[in-house]
Ligand binder design. Structure first.
Ligand code: SPV
Ligand code: MN
Length: 626
């Protein structure tokens, strides 16, 4: 028996001990034993993924009050503290060993200092509580994509969320080689108040130790900070992928249904609140993933899997009209965890749900009434904007049947979508893999929204939509992507979309949210060479007749030529300014930018200037046909 098993034996009941002993990997024993010694839980529960264990976790989440049952069977609600309502960029840091350097834009702390700090915050943090040990598989089981994960947490809510979000990994740990590497997470919600929310939010810390593939998280409950296999493990996966020659991306995956019953898979990267989930959920198509994808070169084609098997999604704006399938799931019996909604008479309410909200109830601030203000005098909304739902993907009627295929699905298209009110047309196809990666992916911009009132509409680069998670030099990430594509025989076609283009004079949006379905169908046809395109300076853009037909077929809508011309006019000054912003960002902020980025953007500038000489500043798409 190794030393760590000895420690565990003295701290655990027989039944749970045996579950750990059955795993041959001594690193597992070490991690759990050290976590127990540090955090001093009263007892340790090991989840072996049996239906009893899974049910027990859910019951405990309710028994301890971390979740409260709602009226509809299977529904529960969880609240995070008022200061714990999102991913915390400031409190999330990389632990950097001496001699190593990370890009300056990344939040970081010296590894020894950081470890000492976080361990002191974790010390005895589980006194009187149970430490729950969970094993998961990131990506489908028994697959080249599989990455194993182990989390120790004192939150039944976190453990319960993991039942819905990840594939069970206990068996895989038992069967894996004793030296199999895995990702580790140690989380404690810290001291809790009477509402079961973390008290010491000022001591919230989320530290990422890439040396030992370990994430530490303390004094927080919000899933993006505490369910370590989401964005936290994603940061580690980006590094791992980078070393091993595959890709870990902030991408949804969807099956687009084309003529003759064929299905074509697309992956898409969009920054938060730019339409990622709503694209993946388009009616009539199938969703394979909504957040994180692993992509590998298998047999010289790009194949992708969803790292997760559930959704931790934003509730705001989900209503029966715009997202009927999801709305149905959220209002029918079945397992759903709501978080940070308004609860009145056992019913959850969220912003934009399509009905009037009650004037009082319980929300993330506790007892809530209309007009209630926070400590700074700001009015507290009924539900938080970032209120979420957690469900398993399998409960959705539109869940793609290939979700658990160990080989993943072949990607035929990759989409980069930003929030760009001025420059890019609603949909366009890149001239090449390199052009797509650089002009759409690396140049991806989103605009500041309501959160920064005085600066609304200011564009910010969010390269590939992974800027918050990138743990390797940004230039190296671009180089990897370029190389990945070059090694493929059949490359996915790269498209750029922009759902947020506005009229330059009136500021009105030029498209309705539903229009994105037409763009998706057009991309599907382009992949199969069944739609035409016009060569514009920024990419291949659709022809009017194709879109007109698709608008009729998909949305039963008459698409007017004048709308087409407005939407697809090439705006030369705005596009030149966009290139300038991207160049400035890479020149000033990224020291290892590949030369090729400046070349590709330079060529785009040249095409725009030549077009301006012939046709002027604002060029109707029809001009490029002549
Ligand atoms: C996102 O904000 O991109 C999410 C939710 O997917 S979180 O888990 O908080 O990152
Ligand atoms: Mn995300």
């Amino acid at each position: 028996m190794n030393r760590y098993l000895e420690i565990l034996r003295s701290r655990m009941n027989n039944k749970d001990y045996e579950k750990l002993e059955a795993i041959p990997n001594p690193e597992v024993h070490r991690f759990v034993a050290e976590a127990a010694e540090l955090c001093s839980p009263e007892d340790i529960f090991v989840c072996c993924d049996s239906s009893e264990d899974i049910a027990y976790i859910r019951e405990q989440a309710i028994r301890t009050g971390e979740e409260k049952p709602l009226k509809i069977p299977g529904h529960t609600v969880h609240f995070d503290g008022i200061h714990d309502q999102g991913r915390d960029r400031k409190a999330t840091k990389y632990l950097v060993p001496k001699g190593d350097t990370l890009s300056k834009v990344l939040n970081q702390i010296d590894r020894d200092t950081g470890l000492a700090e976080i361990k002191s915050l974790l010390r005895n943090s589980m006194k009187g509580k149970t430490m729950i040990v969970r094993f998961v598989s990131l990506g489908p089981l028994n697959s080249i994509f599989t990455v194993l994960g182990l989390q120790c947490t004192d939150s039944w809510y976190v453990a319960h969320s993991e039942s819905l979000l990840f594939r069970p990994g206990y068996k895989a740990f038992c069967e894996a080689s004793p030296r199999k590497d895995f990702l580790r997470v140690l989380h404690s919600a810290g001291r809790l108040d009477e509402n079961m929310t973390s008290i010491d939010y000022d001591k919230k810390r989320i530290y990422i130790d890439y040396v030992e593939n370990t994430i530490y998280s303390v004094n927080t409950q919000y899933a993006g900070n505490s369910v370590g296999f989401k964005k936290l493990a994603f940061r580690l996966a980006i590094r791992k992928a980078n070393q091993e020659g595959w890709l870990a991306e902030h991408m949804m995956i969807m099956g687009v249904h084309g003529p003759g019953g064929r299905k074509t898979y697309f992956a898409g990267a969009f920054p938060s609140a730019c339409g990622k989930t709503s694209t993946a959920m388009l009616p009539g198509e199938t969703i394979l993933g909504d957040d994180i994808a692993y992509i590998r070169n298998i047999g010289s084609v790009a194949r992708a899997v969803n790292v997760e098997c559930g959704i931790f999604g934003i509730l705001q704006g989900i209503n029966a009209r715009d997202m009927p399938l999801l709305y149905e799931v959220l209002t029918s019996p079945g397992e759903v965890i709501f978080s940070n909604v308004l609860v009145k008479d056992g019913k959850p309410y969220w912003l934009g749900m399509g009905c009037e909200l009650p004037k009082s109830g319980i929300n993330f601030s506790g007892e809530w009434w209309e007009g209630k203000t926070d400590e700074n005098g700001n009015e507290i909304p009924p539900a938080h904007k970032n209120a979420r739902y957690t469900v398993s993907l399998k409960v959705l009627k539109n869940c793609d049947p290939e979700l658990d295929n160990p080989m993943g699905v072949e990607l035929s298209g990759i989409i980069y979508g930003g929030r760009d009110s001025k420059a890019y047309v609603p949909v366009q196809q890149s001239f090449s893999w390199e052009h797509g990666i650089i002009a759409y992916g690396a140049s991806l911009e989103t605009e500041t929204t309501f959160a920064t009132v005085d600066k609304e509409g200011v564009p910010e680069i969010n390269a590939m939509s992974i800027q918050d998670f990138i743990s390797i030099p940004l230039g190296q990430n671009i180089r990897n992507l370029l190389k990945f594509g070059r090694n493929l025989k059949r490359r996915p076609i790269i498209f750029g979309v922009n759902y947020f283009l506005r009229d330059l004079k009136t500021g009105e949006y030029l498209n309705e949210p539903r229009d994105k379905h037409v763009w998706i169908k057009w991309m599907e046809l382009r992949v199969h060479d069944e739609a035409g395109a016009i060569k514009a300076p920024t990419g291949y853009i659709p022809e009017y007749e194709d879109l007109r037909r698709l608008f009729r077929e998909v949305l039963n809508k008459e698409y007017k030529k004048k709308d087409y011309i407005k939407q697809f006019t090439i705006r030369v000054p705005e596009n030149l300014a966009k290139i300038e912003r991207a160049e400035k960002f890479y020149r000033e902020k990224v020291s290892d930018t590949p030369r090729e980025l400046f070349d590709v953007l330079g060529q785009q500038r040249k095409r725009l200037i030549e077009a301006r000489e012939r046709f002027g500043d604002y060029i109707s798409p029809e001009k490029f046909k002549e």
